[in-house]
Structure formats: C-alpha cells, structure tokens
Design a protein around this ligand. Structure first.
Ligand code: AMP
Length: 284
C-alpha cells in the first residue's frame, strides 16, 4: 500500500497542489461526502487514468442540506474511508472541517439560473447552490486539472459542467457511469438507511428505468405513458413516496413530451427514510 497524505487545512492542501503543479503532475480531484462505496471507488479508478496525482476530498457540506434533511445523521466513517482510499492508490485525502471551508461570515455563493429549476432542485431549493459553491471552492483550493463526478447524480454533473464553462475554470470534468449492486440498485451512502423490506422496494427505481427503455423499444414515444408506468410500478411497492419522475433533455433538463431523440429519465423516490435517486439515458 502506498503512503497517503491526509490533509485537513487549506494552507497545506494549497501548498501541496502548488508543489505538484511545479513538478508537472496532473492533479485529479474526486469530491465526495465520504462513507465510501464501490461507486466512489470507481470514480477514483477512472481518475487514475486521467492524471498522476489523485486527490479525494471527504466533506459533508452543510450548505447543500436544507432544514429537516439528514445533515446530522448522514453516515460517516473516516477510518473505514481511509482504508478504502489507501487500497485505491490515492495520493492525498483532503478532510477539512466545516470552519476550514466556510470560515467566519461566509457570504459568497455560486448559483445557476436555470438548471437547478428542474428535477431535484424543485424539492431541494438550496441543494445546488450549496453544491456549486462547495465545488467551486474545492476547485480553487485543490487546483485540479481534472475532476471526476458520477452520472448517478446526473443533475449535479450537468450543473458542474455548466459552472465550469460559465466561470472559466481550467478543469476537465469527467462523468463516470453509475455503479450498481448486482440486482441493479444504484449504490448510495444513503442505502444504509434502508430496512430489508425497503431494500426490496428500492429496486423499483432501477426497474422502472429498465422498463422505460423496454417500452421505448416496443414503440412507445409518449413520455407521459412512460412516466405513468414507472409511477404505477413504484407505488405498488410499500414505503415508497415519489418526489418526481421526469423524462428530460439531457443538456437543458427541460421536460420532453415526445421521445424522438435520446433523453434522460430521472427519478427521486423516498423509500422509508432514504431519499434515493437514479437516472438512465433512454434511446428510441
Ligand atoms: P457523494 O459522496 O454522494 O456526494 O458522491 C460523491 C461522488 O460519487 C459524486 O460525484 C457522485 O455522483 C458519485 N457517486 C455516488 N454514487 C455513485 C454510484 N453508485 N456510481 C457512480 N458514482 C457515484
């Protein structure tokens, strides 16, 4: 196992990044909130192929949690996370505390005008403002050449790409495929909230997406019909409460009515205490 640098201060990580850049290294950043699983590890493996200095950040970002959400109970296990990243050949882990990131009197936020007005943004009003802000800060702090994000959080990926273009960050954003459990459930730190019964209900998310592609292949083009079918499927499982099911343009996230080109189907469902999301590219 390689020696890994564990850094919790801004000055140290900034000095380290400056040193790496002077040495001609290509810095790759994988931002996470910790409680790592195979999905996160796949981003690290992807990251390795885009550079030669791999930095993982672990930071549960309060700015992206709304009142009544699970900030306090969000699962955390730093020792386990560090064991996992060591095995992936990560060069440095950045684990700041909240004060290190937000300091005193923090008041400057990054907010996008349109992309957050869809999908998860409707029920989580501060979510993407919190994410765009913390990711912009991490970009300025860690100064990566490349950053890797999961397609699992599709709206987040689209928003980060837009922010990078709009604010001229000199960073290449890589979107990495969703890693799933053998039965199809998208891996998520929040899956630990599920009871065994809810774990079965949670499968209805990915099954609805797979079924949507099958409907499309059987000739259905009406997005409403596909959404209705997914709604029925999910509602037939106990402990599920649908937040949204959408069929949208992959870039603007605007709803699509007739599917005559590739679209993103995305959904968010509360299963017991866990708010789960999933998405898939649907191709007619
Ligand atoms: P999180 O710790 O939930 O903030 O996620 C950190 C990064 O891991 C984000 O870019 C997520 O999109 C990505 N990620 C989370 N779950 C998965 C998954 N199942 N497959 C691929 N990437 C994932």
């Amino acid at each position: 196992m390689n020696v890994i640098e564990i850094i919790s201060t801004l000055t140290e990580i900034q000095a380290r990044s400056d040193r790496m850049r002077r040495q001609g290294k290509t810095i790759v950043l994988v931002p996470t909130m910790g409680f790592l699983h195979e999905g996160h590890l796949s981003l690290m493996r992807e990251g390795k192929s885009h550079g030669n200095d791999l930095v993982v950040s672990i930071f549960v970002n309060p700015a992206q949690f709304g009142p009544g959400e699970d900030l306090e109970t969000y699962p955390r296990d730093l020792d386990r996370d560090l064991d996992l990243v060591r095995k992936e050949g990560v060069d440095a882990v950045f684990v700041p505390d909240v004060h290190e990131i937000y300091g005193d009197r923090f008041q400057t936020y990054v907010e996008l005008e349109k992309l957050p007005n869809h999908l998860c943004g409707n029920s989580r009003p501060v979510f993407f403002k919190g994410i765009a802000t913390v990711v912009a800060k991490l970009f300025n702090i860690v100064k990566p050449h490349v950053a890797v994000f999961g397609q699992k959080d599709y709206q987040q990926l689209v928003i980060i790409r837009q922010m990078v273009r709009d604010l001229n960050f000199d960073i290449t954003v890589i979107g990495s495929p969703t890693v799933r459990e053998p039965d199809g459930l998208a891996m998520s730190s929040r899956n630990t909230y599920l009871t065994p019964g809810q774990r079965v209900s949670a499968l209805s998310l990915c099954q609805s997406l797979i079924n949507a592609q099958a409907l499309l292949e059987s000739g259905v083009r009406d997005a409403a019909e596909i959404i209705d079918s997914a709604t029925d499927r999910i509602r037939s499982h106990p402990d599920t409460e649908i937040d949204y099911i959408a069929v949208c343009d992959p870039e603007t996230l605007v709803d699509v009515k007739t599917i005559d080109r590739p679209v993103r189907m995305a959904l968010a469902v509360k299963v017991g205490k866990a708010r789960l999301i999933d998405n898939m590219l649907l191709k007619p």
